[in-house]
Design a protein around this ligand. Sequence first.
Ligand code: NAD
Length: 419
Amino acid sequence: MTIYSGPVFEMAAQQFNVIADHLAIPLDQRDRLLLPKRSVTISCPIHRDDGTLAVFEGYRVQHHLTLGPTKGGTRFAASVDIGEVAALAVWMSWKCAVMNLPYGGAKGGVCVDPHALSKHELEGLSRRYMQEMIPFVGPHTDVMAPDMGTDEQVMAWFMDTYSMYQGRTVTEIVTGKPVSAGGTLGRREATGRGVAHLAHRVMRDLAIEPSGATAVVQGFGNVGSVAASELHAIGVKVIAVSDHTGALCRKEGLDIPALIAHVGKHGSLAGYSNELACDPKDILTMPCDVLVPAAVERVIDATVANSLRCRVLAEGANGPTTPEADLVLQRRANEIVVIPDIICNAGGVVVSYFEWVQDLQQFFWDEEEVMRRQYQILNRAFSEMAARAKKDGVYNRTAAMAIGVERVRAAKNTRGLFP
Ligand code: NAD
């Protein structure tokens, strides 16, 4: 029992123990690898537009500082608690290590429904969150990024608040900023692009032609909408999408650019079409070639895993698949290729790393260079995972996590107890 105890952290711990068993890590060394180095809980008071005062609870968890600063997104969602944030920080550590980035994992969040805030209230909350975090973060300590419920604008407010306190502009304190405020080209699209790029790679391995293929995408925010758009652009028919307001299905394929324009204007899929509306519960198990969960964690449990009818499971979200579902998917490995989250959605942190490097050097790249280097890193990590899965005779997630955990462990073993 720790302060992190809860279903999401239990899931991260369970996954870690599978890897620790596989790598024969002695029991006394496991807590040091799994438990976060630091965590901070804060209260964020804001003035509501109606003149009342509201206080929101926020968190930041830094998992390890062994390889460099920590790095990770900030989530604004009603589900956020310290256990969820800690689990996401742990996953970030394995993800950064498997990508060979010089970072430990971190994550932050505020327990709030961002859709219930006005823009003015969201700005107040974002600025207050960063202000409370100033003693604990820094360009060489902990670098924030967007996650569910936060976007480029929130990152700009974070950066501005931090900079005001330093008395100079510190663009390298956050990534995922607008290009107009020190962001990099290609960051907003990076995660979704990476998901589609790796899904396409696996489709090629399976001899699935994009023009005859179908995809289903759960979650139509940053990751889901870009993944859908990239798949649509190579000719894949996206036959179902969903968000927190509902789902839309069309077996001839949905008009993804029109959906993106609708969400850009109205904030969600709601109101696009009554005729195309379908039950969001059904879309994960629809027959399709590529399934992209790109919303929240733990949506694929053992029951859903048994009913999946996709060929490729491209995990855009963090932690969409439970350990029980993993046991089912390991059994179904000949039918479904899983691209695990720490590889599949790593395009985001890879391009965040590029943004940090560019901000530190004040030397900016063009988008082509960002994409070329992103795909190079993703391809290498995917190939290393595939080779390891073959060599050890294990499932893709086990192989990817084993590479990540081994790299963090090797650094800790050579440095000593401090970091
Ligand atoms: P976002 O806030 O831009 O979008 C989230 C989407 O999910 C929205 O469309 C929302 O309506 C939808 N959603 C929420 N609850 C849902 C539910 N129960 N069913 C269906 N849809 C639901 O967030 P995002 O940045 O796209 O992040 C999505 C996932 O991808 C998260 O798990 C996040 O941790 C992960 N991720 C994001 C990035 C990134 O760069 N943004 C990088 C790596 C991983």
